[in-house]
Design a protein around this ligand. Structure first.
Ligand code: BTN
Length: 261
């Protein structure tokens, strides 16, 4: 009998600061990120919402995020003392945390596509959406919601048509006993480590080591414009550095990249 996703089982595996997270599991929800954003003011730092399915899952750049059964959809609310301009670091740190957790639980190598997609064998296994609100008086984040959507197993009948060619799951068609609970716990443990670590540079190094775009020719879309360039690196603020075809060096803190084959 397959172990059900369970807040108690996940809690038993939390260590190193993650024990303080309070976890609620929904069978179905509109969006774990939207839920936390709607209630952020009244909820404590460390509130976690996990769902087995989302009916209105959201992705980056206003896109929708396919959230069928077979996935793990989770969001963590944090209330950090962080300048809003440093919030890109939350996304990079979360990408490293999720990559490490997937590696630990599956033994597979992962890659990170800037800013925040996790890949296995050239296909997307996880997307991360970080959202927040800033206090205009002091420029500090009031809260941030880190939302993580992972394909744990392939949904029955396969992935939805729009993602079938680009998606992969952590475990293929079936996951080992208790794997969903273990994966959720490892993600929370890793998030607690990276979010409380003063070692930003070490986390960025781990991010760069897993990068699947450094050295690659890419097309980058930002602010409604698109350009072709080669990625030369990711700087210490997690911005991407590109060299355009006419030799100009540019730096971007947001946008969407596609790797050219
Ligand atoms: C992306 O790939 O564009 C980011 C996808 C982020 C999806 C997760 S699933 C949990 C959380 N709730 C949402 O509605 N979105 C995030």
């Amino acid at each position: 009998m397959k172990a059900e996703l369970s807040a108690e089982k996940i809690k038993e595996m939390l260590v190193g600061g993650a024990e303080k997270y309070s976890i609620t599991i929904f069978d179905e929800i509109h969006s774990t990120n939207s839920y936390l954003k709607e209630k952020a003011e009244g909820l404590a730092d460390g509130t976690v919402i996990i769902a087995k399915r989302q009916t209105a899952g959201r992705g980056r750049l206003g896109r929708s995020f396919v959230s069928d059964r077979g996935g793990l959809y989770m969001s963590l609310l944090i209330k950090p003392n962080l300048e809003a301009e440093k919030s890109i670091f939350l996304t990079t740190a979360a990408a490293v945390a999720v990559a490490r957790a997937i590696e630990e639980v599956s033994g597979k190598d992962t890659g990170i596509k800037w800013v925040n997609d996790i890949f296995i064998d050239g296909k997307k296994v996880c997307g991360i959406l970080t959202e927040g609100a800033t206090n205009t008086e002091d420029g500090l984040l009031q809260y941030a919601v880190i939302g993580i959507g992972i394909n744990v197993t392939e949904p029955e009948g396969g992935f939805a048509k729009e993602i079938a060619d680009i998606a992969i799951s952590v475990f293929g068609k079936a996951s080992p006993e208790n794997a969903e609970n273990e994966l959720a716990a490892k993600i929370l443990n890793q998030l607690s480590i990276v979010l409380n670590s003063p070692q930003e540079s070490e986390i960025l190094d781990q991010y760069r080591q897993r990068s699947i775009v450094i050295g690659k020719k890419v097309d980058i879309i930002y602010e409604d414009a698109s350009l072709s360039a080669t990625v030369t690196g990711i700087d210490d603020s997690a911005a991407i550095i590109l060299k355009t075809e006419d030799g100009k060096i540019i730096r971007k803190t947001s946008g969407e990249i596609s790797v050219r084959i």
